[in-house]
Write a protein that binds this ligand. Structure first.
Ligand SMILES: N[C@@H](CCC(=O)N[C@@H](CS)C(=O)NCC(=O)O)C(=O)O
Length: 202
């Protein structure tokens, strides 16, 4: 299978980590969607990465769908509970982590506009989503070692990819001081080989 990808996306990293944790072989196709002449839309009409192309040439996107597809391949290192409601709870946390990343991306793009064109209201609104999202995760971590239940799940992978990307793009942003549980949790996760192998590269 082929993973159509970029080296910076937190959503791509989530899928790479899942593939590595599960030991599923894949071909990494670096095809940043913002570069002229990219072929991402041949696989995903939305022109976004990650997109997964199976050996049977079936395409899956976006990242939560790809992650669900990987779970169908077998029970090797499952990152989703078998109980449907428990699985939904993990996916809810994944959606929160991905949503924090979504807001941080909009925040970053706004800061990259010419100074006179930047809208402070947009930045404040998106930063608010990031702050509240990270606060909600911090509260969840107060009651256990893992984000959901007492096992490593896709929710943990998603939040570590999210804060890894925030650190990559906003190195001066101190989200840790007021969130010690999240800081410790993600430090542990980011030390796993699957994360060390997928550090974002500019
Ligand atoms: N919700 C999507 C988000 C994917 C996404 O926004 N990817 C970005 C890279 S970080 C992208 O491909 N952007 C190109 C574009 O929007 O045209 C997912 O989880 O896969």
């Amino acid at each position: 299978m082929k993973l159509i990808a970029s080296l910076t996306s937190p959503y791509v990293r989530k899928i790479r980590v899942l593939l590595l944790e599960k030991g599923i072989p894949f071909e990494f196709v670096n095809d940043p969607p913002w570069e002229a002449g990219n072929h991402v839309a041949d696989v995903n009409p939305l022109g976004k990465v990650p997109a997964l192309l199976t050996d049977e040439n079936e395409a899956f996107f976006d990242s939560p769908i790809i992650a669900d597809y990987l779970e169908t391949l077998g029970q090797n290192a499952p990152q989703l509970p078998t109980d449907a409601l428990e699985a939904l709870r993990v996916k809810q946390l994944e959606a929160l982590a991905d949503g924090i990343a979504d807001a941080a991306v909009v925040w970053l793009l706004e800061t990259r506009r010419a100074a006179e064109k930047q809208d402070a209201g947009v930045i404040e609104r998106q930063r608010g989503k990031v702050e509240r999202g990270l606060d909600a995760i911090e509260v969840r971590l107060a009651s256990g070692d893992w984000l959901h239940g007492n096992v490593f799940s896709r929710a943990d992978i998603a939040i570590a990819c999210c804060v890894g990307w925030i650190d990559f793009r906003f190195p001066a942003y101190d989200w840790r001081s007021s969130r010690p549980a999240l800081a410790a949790h993600t430090a542990r996760l980011l030390a796993r080989p699957s994360f060390v192998q997928t550090v974002p590269v500019a």
